[in-house]
Design a binder for this molecule. Sequence first.
Ligand code: HEM
Ligand code: HEM
Length: 153
Amino acid sequence: MNLPSFLWLWKIAAWSMGLSILAYLMLATTGFWMFKARTSQHAPSFPLLNRGHGGMRSLHYTIGISMVSLVLLLLAIGIIGTLGHFGSLGQSSHLVAGLVVVVLVLLSAISATQISANRPWARALHLGINIILFMGFAWVSLTGWSVVQKYLP
Ligand code: HEM
Ligand code: HEM
């Protein structure tokens, strides 16, 4: 690759990260609504609810799949951009942060598929992984923000 600058690629990375964080916040909100719906006795009156709790669940699922896709896109951008610019990986601690986030997001999605009445631990695992994922997002954003400075004019 012989590009004048990789700046455009890191701009896509920054936007995708913003969308990922937005998706995370929406997942936390819809997850909390599902928790309330499951634990409250009387039929709750939430928004989007005419379809019942199944609607909330599929909304949560759709946003979750979007977040997983965004993180995999970010992984691809990071690897392609780094190889294109330096020819090898391992330029900073951002590599470890990126890999940790990818693993956590995949574990979160896998644990979500295991949630059921006979597997209550999967729900706790899903939540625990997602709390750690928040810190992972902060770490990958800060290290990404710091390495992107090299490319700024
Ligand atoms: C990685 C993408 C994600 C996928 C595919 C996903 C999917 C799911 C699924 C299928 C359930 C089970 C719903 C049910 O009880 O039937 C669930 C539950 C839940 N999710 Fe996620 N989720 C994701 C990310 C997140 C994130 C990032 C958060 C919060 C920060 C979150 C919070 C919750 C909560 C709180 C519940 C439990 C609701 C309850 O207690 O009934 N999820 N998720
Ligand atoms: C989930 C989010 C992200 C993942 C999984 C990820 C993944 C990666 C990976 C694996 C690399 C290769 C690192 C190396 O070998 O040294 C990389 C490089 C890079 N990423 Fe990310 N990244 C993410 C978010 C971001 C963000 C938000 C930015 C800022 C805009 C960013 C900017 C960069 C830059 C500039 C490089 C080149 C490395 C360097 O110059 O040292 N990344 N990314």
